[in-house]
Design a binder for this molecule. Sequence first.
Ligand code: ADP
Ligand code: 5GP
Length: 254
Amino acid sequence: MAGILFIISAPSGSGKSTLVNALRSQVGGIDFSISWTTRQPRGSEEHGREYHFATREEFEAMRDRGEFLEYAEVFGNYYGTARRSLDEAKAAGRDLLLDIDVQGAMQVRDKLPEAVTIFIMPPNPKVLRTRLRNRSRAEGQVDEAVLFRRLNEASKEIENCREYRYILVNDVLERAVAQLEAIVVVERIVQAGGTIDIRTRRDFEIAESCREINSRERLQPVLEAFGIFPDRRPEQYQLLEAIDDHGTEGNPGN
Ligand code: ADP
Ligand code: 5GP
């Protein structure tokens, strides 16, 4: 087996856990790395299931012993992937999926460039806000300050989406799940040196459509909704500001 490392990142609330759970229930041979974190368990989370929960001191001791493949500070808490997860998956001949933030993903990609990086986008800020709020409600704790911070962070993370090999927009859940599955199927074939045949052609087309390089046009409106204008040069920003100033003066109703 290939022993492929899949790395998935997304702003909090984009639906990454939902997609990953759907993937795991439908595709075999893939282990899920359980990260270590210093944040408090949320809702029904259990130690050793969603995360290994640790104190800051415990986490720092592990870090100092070099036990992490990567780690990062996210929302004021440490999160890290134990090297052991990767070693165990390799020894068992299974693929491994990491659900980690952008900083961690870039650390792993630099160490292991063959890792398959996937970024999951929320369709727009309004939907993201609603999903975050609904999830908090379901977990019985809506903290407006936390929601606000997570929304702010989202735009910063989305700015980095083009560093990933694949980008998918989690709008219609079934479609996003099918895209994620197609990426796994196709990477397994390609990394094993196989060829795409009539049975796998459809998966290949779906995966190709999610490649960063093929998603640019489709992503433009999503990025703009988050206030990110990747294809605009600095002079165009200045021009827009000038138009905006002028427009505002001339059209008080706008
Ligand atoms: P993340 O793991 O990225 O923080 P979750 O998987 O917990 O996000 O999803 C956040 C909320 O959005 C959950 O309540 C989930 O049920 C909902 N959700 C996820 N994907 C979709 C989707 N495609 N359409 C509608 N709701 C979704
Ligand atoms: P949450 O607290 O919502 O579970 O996760 C917050 C963020 O931390 C998410 O972006 C998630 O992907 C990221 N994260 C979870 N585990 C790890 C990890 O092991 N390393 C890094 N770098 N980020 C992680």
